[in-house]
Design a protein around this ligand. Structure first.
Ligand SMILES: Cc1ncc(COP(=O)(O)O)c(C=O)c1O
Length: 379
């Protein structure tokens, strides 16, 4: 619990935010601790694809039990986590690199592979953490247009690859569209990419998608093709976004390319929690089931309302808002519900201006979202 929530509970903040700010305002505005997202009066957060179903109770217990370890550097103490991950992925430990969330894997890849004259091939309307950094380092981003049903157009992606292509990046299920690639088509595409090009498959949401994880993950290709990297995160299905644990599965040669840009491992406590969470299949199944239930609720509501949406296989739904997506985001925020706007990339600006992305929260939160959406669309 942070200072603000302690004070809230003790009633000090009830005197009003002016007094609180006067007493606790730090030197720079906007840097004070915000109320925890779990406080009852905080906004409904449907903008960052966080897990509203909590996280593994055994992970929680293990972290609490080891809380005093927080006084020490983790050094090389997280080998148990790495071994657990290697077992899960069926690769030797030399093929695993753990990071604080999977975001650093994306960033390190851009730092390691981008340079002037090199390009990264990706899809329009994809996740941009790697591609933005690649561009900032002087590389070129080549976007293939979206394919059928807002999915990947692998032929278009192939056509963009040339001798200067350093990386092919795809996110499956994709963010923000939520669509899942046909696994056979994806596998064929990956196998067709020249071995000199790194193929980065970001599977941040794959545990949440409807079809079986095992038949959709591209991790087994890592053993067949030394140019393939798969990234995963504990932030989504496992519900541990704030604890910051993610990892790359790739050949030691690729991981060696990334290592010069490594900024550190997950903390010891997070690693303890992550390991327990990976072993707790019961919570994982519960989380997946909960996402599926809520996803079905939202899509049934959208169907009733005649709202178009892309097939949602992640922790969110990308939908035609029936009005400007940014205006909808603002109107929702006024009602205490945070959603995301159109998140365009690699398209003519405005192409998706009437689309928005809503993360899947719990049923109660999604009911509030649907009620607000009806109100806004009818007003
Ligand atoms: C597709 C995708 N990849 C990676 C990430 C990075 O998340 P994290 O750093 O929490 O693993 C996100 C976060 O939302 C994401 O949507």
């Amino acid at each position: 619990m942070n200072h603000t929530s302690l004070l809230r509970r003790s009633g000090i903040l009830r005197f009003g935010s002016c007094l609180a700010l006067a007493v606790f305002a730090p030197a720079a505005a906007g840097t004070q601790m915000q109320p925890a997202p779990t406080e009852p009066d905080s906004p409904i957060r449907l903008s960052s694809n966080e897990n509203a179903f909590g996280f593994s109770p055994t992970a929680r217990a293990a972290m609490i039990e080891n809380i005093d370890a927080g006084s020490y550097y983790n050094r090389n103490n997280i080998s148990d986590l790495i071994e657990t991950i290697a077992q899960r992925e069926n690769v030797p430990v030399s093929h695993i690199l753990t990071t604080p969330g999977s975001g650093p894997v994306l960033e390190m890849t851009a730092l390691a592979y981008a340079e002037e004259g090199k390009n990264v091939v990706t899809t329009a309307m994809g996740y941009t953490q790697l591609t933005r950094r690649f561009e900032a380092r002087g590389g070129e981003v080549r976007y293939a247009p979206l394919g059928e049903d807002m999915g990947y157009d692998f032929a278009a992606m192939s056509a963009l690859i040339d001798e200067n292509t350093a990386v092919v990046y795809l996110c499956n299920p994709n963010n923000p569209t939520g669509t899942l690639a046909d696994p056979a088509a994806l596998r064929r595409f990956i196998m067709s990419v020249p071995r000199s090009v790194l193929v980065f498959v970001d599977e941040a949401y794959l545990e949440i998608s409807d079809p079986p994880f095992e038949s959709n993950t591209m991790a087994p290709l890592v053993r067949l093709r030394p140019n393939v990297l798969v990234s995963r995160t504990m932030s989504k299905c496992f519900g541990m976004a704030g604890f910051r644990v993610g990892y790359a599965v790739a050949s030691p040669a690729i991981l060696d390319n990334l290592r010069p840009y490594y900024l550190g491992a997950p903390t010891y406590l997070s690693a303890i929690g992550a390991r327990e969470a990976l072993l707790d299949t019961e919570f994982m199944e519960f989380s997946k089931r909960s996402y599926q239930e809520v996803r079905n609720f939202v899509t049934a509501q959208f169907d009733d309302m005649g709202i178009e949406y892309a097939n949602p296989q992640g922790a969110f739904v990308y939908f035609h808002a029936g009005m400007n997506g940014e205006a909808l985001r603002e109107a929702m925020a006024e009602r205490g519900i945070l959603i995301s706007g159109s998140r365009e990339s690699g398209v003519e600006p405005g192409t998706f201006e009437n689309w928005a992305r809503v993360s899947l929260g719990n049923l109660e939160q999604m009911q509030a979202f649907i009620t607000a959406l009806k109100e806004i669309l009818e007003s």
